[in-house]
Design a protein around this ligand. Structure first.
Ligand code: GGG
Length: 354
């Protein structure tokens, strides 16, 4: 029997509640698909920071590297600055394993209401592909006259042709694989950012020339934000830089009904290192510990993990079970207007899995 080693980092806040729910689903899948998941749980995050002064131990990357995949809950704590939590855990893992493709699907499930008036179930179906290792999140910069009245902060974006080319190519390959609208939309702000984003535009055009069967569109990020609301049904694959992809994927998450439904994969498409799967939402301290967080974003992230492990049937089974629960309109957490608990929603998914 094949065994996959899955590292779990539940992290902080609601992350501690949603990761065990995704594990319940993976355990059920293991029984049905004759595989074993060996979970290695790492208690890194805010509590680790309070005790040891760092979000994860110095050897964390070495501990994760032999695993087949990583499942992450959320990072962030009200008593620790956000830049400390993010730069102490998630961003270093993305960089260490060169997880350059952050894939964030936006699908409006039948039975779920979008806050937008027009789209019905199935009518929003696109994927945001976010460059995940460089750009605005490269952490290059520093302070001059630190903490003095004349303080200066410099934060430099890093855009490389190699980095842009590989993420744009990933987006085109995904559009071909999805075989839907076969359309890639590139997001920049090249009217204002005349170096990095102009390089992005040129690289996009060069890669696009290799995919004549794929339609292309280029939008400035402000126009893209507007069009995600105005014509969400027109998008197929949307590719953007680290910051723009991060921001736009919160819009795409909310127009499919809830942040609690937005899954994501941080992929090493070359499969040299373990890829990381996480809900798009953060640690949500306002609802943490109450047993009401929506587990579906993490369960759908686990489905993406199964896909990455080439357990395609199992991945589809999880997605169909989630779709059936949502179409039933009965068992749902408060973010979707329901009164069910986190555990009850997972229970309904397990029941649909049979
Ligand atoms: N689910 C992981 C998490 O806590 N995400 C919140 C967040 O702020 N992530 C930043 C990022 O994706 O770059």
């Amino acid at each position: 029997m094949k065994t996959f080693t899955i590292a779990t980092i539940a992290g902080d806040g609601v992350g501690i509640e949603v990761v065990p729910q995704a594990k319940r689903v993976l355990e059920k899948i293991a029984k049905k698909h004759a595989v074993t998941f060996s979970f290695q749980d790492f208690d890194w995050g805010a509590e680790h920071f309070f005790r040891w002064g760092r979000m994860m131990p110095a050897g964390a990357i070495d501990l994760l590297q032999p695993c087949d995949a990583i499942l992450l809950g959320a990072v962030g704590h009200p008593d620790i600055p956000d830049h400390t939590t993010l730069n102490g855990l998630l961003l270093p893992i993305r960089r260490a394993f060169d997880l350059y493709a952050n894939v964030r699907p936006a699908y409006l499930y039948p039975g779920v209401e979008s806050p937008l008036a027009k789209p019905r179930g199935g009518e929003i179906d696109f994927v945001v592909v976010r460059e995940n290792t460089e750009g605005e999140y490269a952490q290059v910069g520093g302070f001059v006259y630190h903490l003095q009245p004349e303080e200066v902060a410099i934060q430099t974006s890093v855009f490389t042709r190699r980095g842009i080319e590989r993420i744009v190519r990933f987006a085109f390959d995904l559009a071909v694989k999805r075989d839907k609208k076969k359309r890639v939309t590139s997001i920049t702000k090249s009217n204002a950012q005349g170096f990095s984003m102009v390089l992005w535009d040129r690289t996009f055009q060069d890669v696009a020339a290799e995919y004549p069967a794929v339609e292309t569109e280029s939008l400035l990020v402000d126009a893209a934000a507007m069009n995600f609301i105005r014509r969400p049904e027109s998008f197929d694959v949307v590719v953007g830089s680290n910051l723009f992809g991060d921001i736009l994927s919160d819009i795409s998450a909310i127009i499919i009904g809830s942040m609690g439904l937005a899954a994501s994969a941080n992929l090493d498409p070359l499969r040299r290192f373990p890829s990381l799967f996480e809900p798009v939402h953060g640690s949500a301290p306002d609802i943490a510990g109450r047993g009401v967080v929506n587990p579906l974003a993490t369960i759908l992230s686990a489905a993406m993990l199964l896909d990455h492990l080439q357990m395609t049937d199992a991945a589809r089974a999880v997605e169909e079970a989630v779709a059936a629960v949502l179409a039933g309109r009965k068992v749902r957490t408060p973010d979707l207007g329901g009164t069910s608990s986190t555990e009850e929603v997972t229970g309904a998914v397990l029941e649909k899995l049979g």
